[in-house]
Design a binder for this molecule. Structure first.
Ligand code: SF4
Length: 221
């Protein structure tokens, strides 16, 4: 069957509806819970790296109950931070890095993490994905954060063709309207987990089936 040209506006309408029954992406859930400062978003994203959202979300809430600001976090020993995030992947290293970031923000930036990507990416353990999520969600900047779900889904659509999440980010910056730069992550994380899954995506009930090229999809439901 011939596919329709990919219409990103129609796709976003369908995606919003399709992900409604599922849990929100972790950083957006935390924002909606009131943990929306640049520091909280950056720390929460670091916790989520190589950790399931279900786990990192609980750990972030546990940590923020004790310390939400750089000053409060810096007052904790690394071991105390570690004890609050024990189920997070690489928790020992992340505890040390979170404390280092907290101390730098307290001492250099007056306890207020600036909305500056260069500053964020200079911190240990922070790459473009987390910096862009924090800038997009907490700072209202137009940034695209590409995780494995955003990478897989947009390439299956045929909307971009890129081999790595980093290359997908650059490709999306060229074609995706800016109004969707933050929202694309918010929608495609739950969509990639529950509909366009890595293994046997649910194409038969997918809202964008008529315009998705299904690139490299060999078996689906
Ligand atoms: S049609 Fe299939 S491959 Fe394409 S977005 Fe939907 S679930 Fe994914």
């Amino acid at each position: 069957m011939d596919k329709l040209p990919f219409d990103i506006d129609a796709a976003m309408v369908g995606l919003r509806e399709a992900v409604r029954p599922f849990p929100k992406a972790a950083m957006f859930e935390l924002r909606d819970d009131g943990y929306g400062s640049p520091f909280e978003q950056l720390v929460a994203c670091m916790l989520s790296v190589r950790t399931r959202d279900e786990t990192s979300l609980v750990a972030a809430r546990r940590l923020f109950t004790v310390a939400r600001t750089p000053t409060a976090m810096a007052a904790l020993e690394s071991a105390a931070i570690d004890a609050l995030i024990p189920d997070v992947t690489f928790h020992e290293r992340k505890a040390v890095q979170i404390r280092e970031i907290a101390i730098t923000v307290r001492d250099t930036y007056g306890n207020d993490l600036p909305c500056d990507g260069e500053v964020m990416r200079s911190f240990p353990g922070i790459g473009p994905k987390c910096a862009n999520l924090a800038l997009g969600i907490a700072c209202n900047q137009k940034r695209i954060s590409v995780d494995i779900h955003v990478h897989r889904v947009t390439n299956r659509w045929g909307y971009v063709r890129a081999k790595t999440p980093e290359a997908t980010m650059v490709a999306l910056e060229a074609v995706l309207p800016e109004r969707y730069w933050v929202e694309i992550n918010e929608r495609l994380v739950p969509f990639g987990k529950h509909v366009c899954r890595g293994d046997r995506p649910r194409c038969s009930t997918c809202p964008v089936l008529d315009m998705c090229q299904q690139v490299d999809v060999t078996s689906h439901r």
